[in-house]
Design a binder for this molecule. Structure first.
Ligand code: CA
Length: 231
């Protein structure tokens, strides 16, 4: 069965363009132009992914996203947010409200398709495996909690997503640029050094008493969750 995608967008030409390309890529597509109508529809059926515009009549995309995250049936629903260029603080707000990814208009269709497919891939294992674990580190995706040796670790949302991203693919080395794409959603306004800052914070939180560092720095390349950790 093809993955079902709901487009919530009030600019009709953009909706048509997205529908055409998503259907050509093999997805089943529904579209709605109003936020409030989308909310009603999402109460009846849950698609596999939502492409959600920020500015919508009826109910804003950001408010709809917040409400969806607050309900069990849609708490894990993959959401890609669309917005106008340059709204950096909005962008941050979008991720804080729970969107999985964020695309700034105007965007290229191949870029959107790549994000859709990446997010669907990323979302699938989440349904199967709520807890990722390696050695004494456990990451609970549903409760958004991390513990080490049974002791809960307090992580910021970005550090949580970063650890989740790395732990999903132990041993794989991610360049800073890939991490920006996967964890933040690619955006020209974020400097790659931001990745180093957050990896630093994550490391500090994971090893408060000088425990073994499970994250590897690969010089000149990027970061990986050590595949040997806990083995
Ligand atoms: Ca709009």
């Amino acid at each position: 069965m093809p993955a079902r995608i709901l487009i919530v967008e009030d600019e009709e030409p953009l909706t048509l363009l997205l529908r055409y390309n998503l259907e050509a890529a093999g997805y089943a597509v529904d579209s709605i132009a109003r936020g409030d109508e989308a909310e009603l529809k999402l109460r009846e059926t849950t698609p596999d992914l939502v492409v959600l515009d920020w500015m919508l009549p009826g109910l804003s995309g950001i408010e709809l996203c917040r409400r969806l995250r607050g309900q069990a049936a849609t708490a894990q629903l993959p959401i890609i947010m669309l917005t106008a260029r340059g709204e950096e603080s909005d962008r941050v707000r979008g991720l804080a409200t729970g969107a999985d990814d964020y695309i700034v208009k105007p965007f290229s269709v191949p870029e959107l398709l790549a994000r859709v497919s990446a997010l669907l891939r990323r979302a699938k294992p989440e349904r199967v495996n709520a807890v990722l674990s390696a050695g004494d580190i456990a990451l609970d995706r549903e409760r958004r909690r991390v513990s080490r040796g049974g002791v809960e670790i307090d992580l910021g949302p970005t550090e949580f997503r970063l650890l989740e991203y790395l732990m999903q693919r132990p041993g794989r080395v991610f360049a800073r640029e890939q991490l920006l794409d996967g964890v933040w959603g690619s955006d020209v306004y974020i400097d790659e050094r931001t990745v180093d800052v957050h990896v630093g914070r994550l490391r500090k939180a994971l090893s408060p008493g000088g425990e073994v560092d499970p994250i590897r720095t690969v010089r000149g390349s990027g970061y990986a969750f050590d595949e040997r950790y806990g083995k």
